[in-house]
Ligand binder design. Structure first.
Ligand code: WQD
Length: 342
C-alpha cells in the first residue's frame, strides 16, 4: 500500500507542486489547508497533471482539537511536509500577532499530534530569510542565522528552534528543515503556479502580471546596491526543482538515511542573479518587453544572497536543474493561462 504523506498548505504554490511530485513518486497524499491564501480548484488541476485527486481536509491547524482529529482520521500517516503558514513579509509587520499565532501554534499542534499518534517524520518549509544579510557569500548551512527583518522571518527562525528542540527532547521525532532561497516559475503544464492574492509582493509574479497588462509597470526597488548593475541579488530556484527536493527529504527520513535527528539544507541554485538580470531574462525568454522603472529601495530588503549548494547536492544527491529562462517562460505560460491570454 502506498505510503501516506500529510502535506499542510498543499493547495499553495510550493505545496501544490510538491504534491504533484509526491504523487509522481507513488505516495498517497492528504492535503490539509485552510484555503486562506489558495483556491480549492488546485485539487482538480493536480488531478489533471497526475491523474490522482489528493484527499483534502479544510482546516486551520491553529485549532488543536481539529488537528488532533485529523491524526485520528488518518492513522496511516508516515510523514508530514509542513508548508502551511502566513508568508507575506510586509503584511507580517502590520499584523505580527496573526503571524506568530498562525505560524507557531500550527507547528506546535502538528508536533503534539505527531507525538501522540506516532508520526515520526516531518519536513519543514523554512527560508533563507533566517540568514538576514549574510556577511560572507555564498551561504552555507553553517552561516549564522541573524535577527529577522520581519515577524514573518522571525516565525521561520523560531519554528526551526521549536522543531530542533522538540526533536532533541522527544526520541520519537526526526525532521529536516529546508531553507528555500527564492522559488519562482510554474509547472510545465501551466495548470498550477503562483497566484498571489491582490498586488504581488514577489518579483516574478509582479513581472508576469505587468507583462499581462494587469500592472502598468514593474518598480525595480533600487539600483544603488553594491552589485554589478546596482540592483539586488537573489538565488532564484525553479519551484519544480524545489518540489523534487522535498520528495528526496521525505525519502531520506522514511529510509532512515538521515545522519542526525534534525538536519538543515539550503535549497538554491548556487547562482546569484540581480533584479535587472531577471527582467532581461524574462524579456529574452518570452519576447515580451517589460515596462519597468527604477525606484527607491524597499525597506527591509537585503542587498544580496545566494546559496552554497554543496551540502544539499552531496548529502541529498539533489541539484536544481532548470535554468532561469526556462523557469521564467513557465511563469509566463502560467500567467497567460490564468488570464486567458493566447
Ligand atoms: C526579490 C527581489 C526585491 C518585487 C521574500 C521572503 C522569502 C520568500 C520570498 C516566502 C528583491 C525585488 C520585488 C518588485 C522588485 N517568502 N523586487 N520589485 O524579498 O527576496 O524574499 O519572498 O516564502 O522568505 O523574504 O523576494 O520576490 O519579494 O524580492 O524590485 O515589485 O526583487 O527588492 O530585491 P524576497 P521578492
Amino acid at each position: 500500500m502506498a505510503l501516506q504523506i500529510l502535506v499542510t498548505g498543499g493547495t499553495g504554490y510550493i505545496g501544490s507542486h510538491t504534491v504533484v511530485e509526491l504523487q509522481n513518486a507513488g505516495y498517497k497524499v492528504v492535503i490539509v489547508d485552510d484555503l486562506s491564501n489558495s483556491s480549492i480548484d488546485v485539487l482538480d488541476n493536480i488531478e489533471k497533471i497526475t491523474g490522482i485527486k489528493p484527499i483534502f481536509e479544510q482546516l486551520n491547524l491553529v485549532d488543536a482539537e481539529r488537528t488532533g482529529a485529523l491524526f485520528r482520521k488518518y492513522p496511516d500517516l508516515q510523514a508530514i511536509i509542513h508548508f502551511a503558514a502566513s508568508k507575506a513579509v510586509g503584511e507580517s509587520v502590520q499584523i505580527p500577532l496573526h503571524y506568530y499565532r498562525n505560524n507557531l501554534v500550527s507547528l506546535m499542534n502538528l508536533l503534539d499530534g505527531q507525538r501522540k499518534y506516532g508520526v515520526a517524520n516531518i519536513v519543514f518549509s523554512s527560508s533563507c530569510t533566517v540568514y538576514g544579510q549574510p556577511e560572507v557569500l555564498p551561504v552555507t548551512e553553517q552561516t549564522p542565522r541573524k535577527d529577522a527583518e520581519s515577524p514573518y522571518g522571525n516565525t521561520k527562525r523560531i519554528s526551526e528552534d521549536i522543531l530542533n528542540d522538540s526533536i532533541r527532547a522527544y526520541p520519537e521525532l526526526r525532521g529536516i528543515a529546508l531553507r528555500y532561497f527564492n522559488p519562482i516559475g510554474a509547472h510545465e503544464s501551466a495548470l498550477i503556479g503562483e497566484l498571489p492574492l491582490g498586488v504581488p509582493q514577489n518579483l516574478v509574479p509582479f513581472i508576469t502580471q505587468t507583462a499581462a497588462g494587469l500592472r502598468d509597470e514593474l518598480k525595480v526597488f533600487g539600483n544603488d546596491y553594491d552589485t554589478p548593475d546596482g540592483s539586488a541579488i537573489r538565488d532564484y530556484i525553479n519551484v519544480v526543482d524545489l518540489a523534487k527536493a522535498h520528495v528526496v527529504a521525505i525519502e531520506r527520513l522514511l529510509n532512515k538515511k538521515n545522519k542526525a535527528k534534525y538536519e538543515v539544507f539550503n535549497l538554491g541554485t548556487g547562482e546569484g542573479l540581480s533584479v535587472l538580470q531577471v527582467v532581461k531574462g524574462f524579456e529574452k525568454a518570452t519576447g515580451v518587453e517589460l515596462n519597468y522603472k527604477i525606484v527607491d529601495r524597499r525597506p527591509g530588503d537585503i542587498e544580496k544572497i545566494w546559496a552554497d549548494t554543496t551540502y544539499a547536492n552531496q548529502e541529498l544527491g539533489w541539484k536544481a536543474e532548470k535554468g532561469l529562462e526556462e523557469t521564467l517562460l513557465s511563469a509566463w505560460n502560467w500567467e497567460k493561462r490564468v488570464r486567458g491570454i493566447q
